[in-house]
Design a protein around this ligand. Structure first.
Ligand SMILES: [Fe+2]
Length: 366
C-alpha cells in the first residue's frame, strides 16, 4: 500500500472518528436536555460520548458493532426528524419522540436481539445440480461451525440428526469447524457427533484458517491432536490430497490458503494432475478461490465457506468487493464448474448474524 493511500485512509478514519464522537456528543446533549435541563450539559455530553467510545473498545468486537450501528441509527433518525419537521412545519410529536433518544435505543436492542436469535436459527439450504455421472448423489456440507461460539453440543446433536435424516451419501466439513475459542474437550465431542453421522461414503474434513487456533498465542490443541480426534471418529482428513470414491468420483481437499506461504499449499494443477479425467471431481477449499483454474481443469463442483456472507450486514458488501474471493455466497457457475459457498453454520467471534443464515447445505445431483 502506498504512503498516499495510507495517509488518505488515516484522514478518512480520523474524520469518521471525530464525526461519530461529535454525533454522540449532540445525541447525549439533546437527549439529556429532553429529560432535564442542566447547566453543565456540554461537559456531561462530552464525558458520555467518550465513555461510550471506551465501553465499545472494552467490549470489542461486539462493542465496535454497537458503536457503528449507533452511528447509523443516530443519522437515520436525525434524517427522519428533519424530513418530518419539513413536512409538518411546526414542532410535532415525532420530533419529541426522536429527541427523547428512545428510537435509537430501541432500534439497537431490536437489531442485536434479532442478530442473536438469528445466529442460533439453523436452516437447511438446498441446491440441485446436474451431472450425468453423479446422478442420484446427495451431498451434505457444513462449514464455519466455529464450535462453541453460537453452536453448542445440543445444537450440534440436533443438526447432525437433521443431516442424518436427509440420508446424504457423503458429508463434507469444509473448514473452520473449530476455532480459537474451541477447547480440546469440545473439539473431541464435536468430532464424535459429526463422525457418527451415517453416510454411504463417509465424512471428509478440510482445514480452515481457524481450526488450529493459529490466531492464538497458545492453541488449545495441535494439528496432530485434532487430526487424531477426527480420524478416531472415522472422519477422513484431506490436506492437499485427493481420494477416488468407489471408483466413480474424486474428492479433493485443499490446505487452507491463509498460511499457504509457510505450509506449501499445492497448486490446483499439482493436485489435479494425474487424476482420471473421465471421473467427476468435487473440490473442497475452505476459502472460495481459484474458480477459474477449477473450471479450466474440469472440476465439477467446488465447495467453500469462510465468507460467512459477511455475517453482519453490510460487511458482506466489503467482502464481495474488496477481497480476492470468487464468490461471497451461494451458487456460482464458471463454464461447467459449480461453486457453492456457504454462509456457515456458526458465527465467528460472537453469536450475532444479520443479513445471512446459519445454514447446513444439501446438494442433490440430478
Ligand atoms: Fe475461515
Amino acid at each position: 500500500m502506498s504512503a498516499k493511500i495510507i495517509a488518505l485512509l488515516a484522514i478518512v478514519l480520523l474524520i469518521i472518528f471525530f464525526g461519530s464522537q461529535f454525533l454522540f456528543y449532540r445525541f447525549f446533549k439533546r437527549t439529556i436536555n429532553f429529560y432535564k435541563k442542566r447547566k453543565n450539559i456540554k461537559t456531561i455530553s462530552v464525558i458520555c460520548s467518550i465513555l461510550f467510545l471506551l465501553l465499545s473498545i472494552l467490549f470489542a468486537p461486539v462493542g465496535f458493532l454497537v458503536y457503528i450501528y449507533a452511528v447509523i441509527f443516530c443519522i437515520l433518525f436525525e434524517i427522519i426528524r428533519l424530513v418530518l419537521n419539513k413536512i409538518f412545519k411546526t414542532e410535532n410529536i415525532f420530533d419529541k419522540i426522536i429527541k427523547s433518544g428512545i428510537p435509537v435505543v430501541i432500534s439497537l436492542i431490536l437489531f442485536f436481539g434479532y442478530g442473536y436469535y438469528n445466529s442460533g436459527n439453523f436452516v437447511k439450504t438446498e441446491y440441485t445440480l446436474e451431472q450425468e455421472n453423479l446422478k442420484g448423489l446427495k451431498i451434505g456440507m457444513i462449514s464455519d461451525l466455529h464450535f462453541g461460539v453460537s453452536v453448542d453440543l445440543e445444537d450440534l446433536k440436533e443438526i447432525s440428526n437433521n443431516i442424518e435424516n436427509e440420508n446424504v451419501d457423503i458429508l463434507f466439513l469444509a473448514g473452520d469447524i473449530f476455532d480459537e475459542m474451541t477447547n480440546k474437550e469440545e473439539a473431541a465431542n464435536a468430532c464424535k457427533i459429526l463422525g457418527e453421522i451415517d453416510t454411504s461414503y463417509g465424512v471428509f474434513f478440510v482445514y480452515g484458517n481457524h481450526d488450529l487456533g493459529k490466531y492464538k498465542k497458545i492453541p488449545n490443541f495441535t494439528e496432530q491432536e485434532l487430526t487424531s480426534m477426527l480420524q478416531n471418529n472415522n472422519i477422513t482428513v484431506l490436506n492437499d490430497e485427493s481420494l477416488l470414491i468407489d471408483d466413480f468420483f474424486y474428492v479433493v481437499g485443499r490446505k487452507d490458503a491463509s498460511f499457504s506461504e509457510n505450509e506449501n499449499r499445492k497448486t490446483l494443477d499439482e493436485l489435479l494432475n494425474g487424476l482420471d479425467k473421465d471421473k467427476p471431481v468435487i473440490l473442497i477449499d475452505h476459502q472460495p478461490l481459484d474458480l477459474k483454474v477449477a473450471s479450466e481443469k474440469g472440476v465439477f463442483l467446488e465447495l467453500s465457506g469462510h465468507t460467512h456472507k459477511g455475517q453482519i450486514t453490510p460487511f458482506g458488501f466489503f467482502v464481495k468487493n474488496f477481497t480476492e474471493y470468487d464468490s461471497l455466497y451461494g451458487l456460482k457457475k464458471e463454464g461447467n464448474t459449480n461453486m457453492i459457498v456457504s454462509s456457515g453454520l456458526g458465527t465467528w467471534g460472537f453469536p450475532l448474524r444479520i443479513g445471512s443464515n446459519s445454514e447446513y447445505v444439501i446438494i442433490n445431483i440430478k
